[in-house]
Design a protein around this ligand. Structure first.
Ligand code: ADP
Ligand code: MG
Length: 382
């Protein structure tokens, strides 16, 4: 009975999502850290009125209250598992043939990387990327009995100053994977979309994966590759977008039905506004690149929502790369990460205002594609 009830709840939840449109916003407030300003100066509260319970957040600034409502608000004590439970259906839909994008947006230090990757070496603190992969590989196994056979490919890249960096290009020690040519010099990383809506980035390493273990290996490799960049390029990781992509193609051997899904998990560059007057040289260039790509992302989202004829996908590498996965039948979720530190109040308010505008958007007309795997099987999951 409990299982039936749970299934019903999930079904209802899915229906609500389909009615609402396919962009959602979750807000997550990280806990206060030792380095943060005094904990007693509490500026964030969570209204307990039943109507918006778990969905609203209030910020106090100079005696003025700013209230926001999202699809979900995670308080500082929310565990990684609690957060994952809320996105597991969305992750699952990539196996059904949907194109899914999950973004983490927020200022540096607000918990984006914690949400996406988590803390390596601590299973409780694993983030959404490793948890999503575990679920996908488990489900793949259980769908075998229904005749489904899946192939999966991973790529990981970083966009820094409008330049793509392949995070899997250097390591050659993983022998059981197929990959494109290694090396960095002279690589173009040109983005192309084919007629089927698939994205190809020339020279980018794409690795066939068959297990969570293989992906963990690649994630470690990418993390290493990122941290090298960090020392070389002045905290590059917070000034660049990290894009994890899992391509999924499935075929049902008895019905011959085919599905092509994509799961993009994106840790965006810090959204903080650096004072333009104070930054010069490389710093200024970085700031301009980040501002450009984050504002391009919002321009694209708002243009899609307004159903404008021209959607400015080409204005930044990030939006052009993700073009087939934004709008249309795709599903988008944005985490807005917030720091509870009173000294971050101004940035938090900016992030929440931006997220509230995104939350008000409805992109595309959700409709069921004919080439989707029947969704009843996914109800057993999540
Ligand atoms: P960002 O990627 O947005 O710059 P991080 O994810 O690196 O921020 O988080 C900044 C710090 O806060 C890190 O030390 C991280 O471990 C910690 N942190 C963030 N979110 C949480 C959380 N939900 N629980 C515990 N620690 C967190
Ligand atoms: Mg980070």
């Amino acid at each position: 009975k409990i299982i039936e009830g749970e299934k019903l709840r999930k079904k209802l939840h899915n229906t609500i999502l389909e009615l609402k449109g396919n962009i959602r916003v979750f807000c997550r407030v990280r806990p206060l850290l030792a380095d943060d300003a005094a904990a007693e100066a509490k500026v964030i509260s969570y209204p307990t009125s039943t109507e918006f319970l778990g969905r609203s957040i209030d910020l106090m600034q100079s005696g003025q209250k700013h209230s926001f409502t999202f699809d979900k608000v995670f308080m500082p004590d929310a565990s990684q598992q609690e957060v994952f439970v809320e996105i597991s259906q969305l992750v699952q839909s990539a196996l059904d043939g949907y194109k899914v994008c999950i973004f983490a947006y927020g200022q540096t230090g607000s918990g984006k990387t914690h949400t996406m990757m988590g803390r390596p070496g601590n299973p409780e603190q694993k983030g959404l990327i490793p948890r999503s992969l575990e679920q996908i590989f488990e489900t793949r196994q259980s769908l075998k009995s229904q005749g489904w056979k899946y192939e999966m490919q991973v790529s990981m890249l970083e966009i820094y100053n409008e330049t793509i960096r392949d995070l899997l290009s250097t390591n050659r020690s993983c022998s059981d994977v197929s990959r494109t040519e290694n090396g960095v010099a002279g690589k173009q990383y040109a983005i192309k979309h084919d007629a089927n809506g698939h994205t190809h980035v020339s020279d980018l390493t794409v690795v066939d994966v068959r297990s969570t273990r293989e992906v963990s290996f690649l994630l470690d490799q990418a993390a290493q590759s990122r941290s090298v960049g960090k020392t070389q390029m002045n905290e590059q990781s917070s000034r660049s977008h990290f894009v994890f992509t899992l391509r999924i193609s499935g075929v049902n051997e008895s019905t011959e039905q085919q599905v092509q899904g994509v799961l993009n998990l994106i840790d965006l560059a810090g959204s903080e506004r650096l004072s333009k007057s104070g930054s010069t040289g490389d710093r200024l260039k970085e700031t301009q690149a980040i501002n450009k790509s984050l504002s391009s992302l919002s321009d694209v989202i708002f243009a899609l929502a307004k159903k404008e004829d021209h959607v400015p996908f080409r204005n930044s590498k990030l939006t052009y790369l993700l073009q087939p996965c934004l709008g249309g039948d795709s599903k988008t979720l944005m985490f807005v990460n917030i720091s509870p530190d009173p000294s971050s109040l101004g940035e938090s308010l900016c992030s929440l205002r931006f997220a509230a505008r995104v939350n008000a958007c409805e992109i595309g007309i959700p409709r069921r594609q004919t080439n989707m795997r029947p969704s009843d099987s996914r109800l057993s999951y999540g």
